[in-house]
Design a protein around this ligand. Structure first.
Ligand code: BES
Ligand code: MN
Ligand code: ZN
Length: 498
């Protein structure tokens, strides 16, 4: 898809469709009014007809309006002008993009300027449009022999709006495109079935990613190398599976050697049966999504490289499959982590923390500026927040505040839970330094408590994305690509600091 900023007046734009917002009262903005004059009032007649309320989602499509070079004009409801915040603008853009994608309109121009009111600014709108366009264009087809062909969007244009804004708008389009593509990379990896997307598959995907960017290199540790590093906890999760574990480490270099890297660590359980503590059968297929943390790390790595961010970044994926077998770990088994601490495995279904703890210890060697792990870690996060929030916990309030703010800015929101000492004692064990589960209460917090035992040496935040990473319902079922927007926004913030 090609994006551009169009300096000429909108009416001279010979695209397949012009998308024009209409406010709730039928009012038109400056760009739309100029266009309305060119087409002899055809827009205002429809806008003011009373046929539509012009809520978000209300649309009217005109064909071949005389006086205008475009093939069609899509009037699209924007709701009440003073109620248009970022969330509403995002809905407007997503809905309008979906509308043009459902028809045969490869070249489209968005009159975004009229959307600026009290809400989001021109750059935000441009970036979001590109992101929504990329995300809407994605279809999962890889394991489907027959899929309906859908018309593609080939070119998206926006108006230049104010003088001198061209460069900033082009940059914003570039940003939105990179985030959207990063999300689609994460969605595709998440959607792939467990019999294709194995730890080895994730490793080969990471190698391809590194091959496609000069700035990215990769190392992949196999089980023998992890054994040498004494990663007894990570390896214990893979023990029951014929699929070997992998620890994938991508290095993105966008700054000099003296710049400490941000480190992202993704949970990459390519299928989670629960192991010997076997899960119930209901919706177990969804445990193919248990590598969505890893997928978001890979998507964010690609976005950072595409945006050539002036930072250093290490992206790690702890990949394993959690299966029951004669070789699998059992409740009561004790394993020794790379840190030297021992863990009593009371429930083999609490496997995410077991792979993450060794990866978090390995992260120390990169002398990180900060470490963020991303994991579909607990059902309790789904029970608490449904799909709306990424849950954040950690040992550095400034880091968490930054993540919360970035989540608000890009609408990939997070909410913090407390990591108070009172919860830590749930992990006491009579037979090891730490138990891998607490009581039935406060599951998201005790999971983070477990991770906190391995993150003393650096500034750390944990994102539990069990709710946000995929949709479980009907036609929407599939990976969401979250929290690629949040992570990329965070890295953009790091880039803008001197
Ligand atoms: N991958 C699951 C968490 C999960 C479950 C995410 C359902 C989304 C939907 C994780 O490995 C797990 O099984 N967690 C257990 C931990 C428990 C045994 C302490 C859970 O949350 O039930
Ligand atoms: Mn599990
Ligand atoms: Zn899991």
């Amino acid at each position: 898809m090609h994006y551009s900023v169009m300096p000429d007046p909108i009416a001279e734009n010979a695209v397949d469709c012009l998308v024009v917002p209409v406010w709730k009262d039928g009012g038109l903005g400056a760009e739309a009014s100029a266009l309305d004059e060119m087409v002899s009032g055809a827009l205002s007649r429809i806008a003011e007809s009373g046929d539509y309320l012009w809520d978000l989602g209300d649309t009217h499509l005109l064909h071949c309006p005389e006086g205008c070079a475009a093939g069609r004009i899509l009037l699209s409801g924007a709701g009440a002008a003073d109620e248009l915040g970022a969330m509403e603008a995002a809905k407007f853009l997503a809905g309008s993009v979906k509308h043009v994608l459902a028809r045969n309109m490869p070249h489209v121009h968005f009159a975004l300027g009229d959307l600026r009111h009290n809400g989001p600014d021109a750059q935000w709108l441009a970036a979001r449009l590109a992101q929504e366009a990329e995300v809407a264009a994605y279809r999962y087809t890889t394991t489907r022999a027959s899929t309906k062909r859908q018309p593609a969007l080939e070119g998206l244009r926006i108006s230049a709006m104010d003088d001198g804004l061209d460069a900033a708008l082009n940059e914003a389009l570039h940003k939105g495109r990179a985030i959207g593509r990063g999300m689609n990379r994460a969605r595709e990896l998440g959607n792939l079935p467990g019999n294709i997307c194995t730890p080895k598959y994730l490793a080969s995907h990471a190698r391809e990613l590194a091959d496609s960017f000069e700035s990215v290199s990769v190392e992949v540790l196999d089980e023998a190398q992890m054994r040498d590093l004494k990663m007894g906890s990570l390896l214990s999760v893979a023990a029951g599976s014929v699929e070997e574990a992998r620890l994938i480490v991508l290095h993105y270099e966008g700054a000099g050697d003296d710049s400490k890297p941000a480190v992202l660590v993704g949970k990459g359980i390519t299928f989670d049966t629960g192991g010997i503590s076997l899960k119930g059968g209901l919706a177990m297929d969804e445990m193919k999504f248990d590598m969505c943390g890893a997928a978001s790390v890979l998507g964010t790595c690609a976005a950072a490289a595409e945006l050539e961010l002036p930072i250093n970044l290490v992206c790690m994926v702890a990949a394993a499959e959690n299966m029951p077998s004669g070789k699998a770990i059992k409740p009561g088994d004790v394993v020794t982590t790379m840190s030297g601490k021992t863990v009593e495995i009371l429930n083999t279904d609490a496997e995410g923390r077991l792979v993450l703890c060794d990866a978090l210890t390995y992260a120390e060697r990169f002398d990180p500026a900060c470490v963020i792990d991303i994991a579909t870690l607990t059902g309790a996060a789904v029970a608490t927040f449904d799909s709306h929030a990424n849950v954040v916990l950690g040992n550095d309030q400034a880091l968490m505040d930054r993540l919360l703010q970035c989540g608000l800015d890009c609408l990939d929101r997070a909410w913090q839970l407390p990591l108070w000492d009172e919860y830590q004692k749930q992990l006491d064990s009579n037979f090891a330094d730490i138990a891998n589960i607490g009581s039935k209460k406060a599951g998201t917090i005790t999971a983070a408590c477990f991770l906190s035992r391995f993150t003393d040496k650096y500034s750390w935040a944990h994102l539990d994305i069990a709710g946000s990473a995929w949709h479980s319902d009907g036609a929407r079922k599939g990976a969401t690509g979250r929290p690629v927007p949040l992570l990329t926004e965070f890295l953009l913030h790091l880039s803008n600091k001197d």
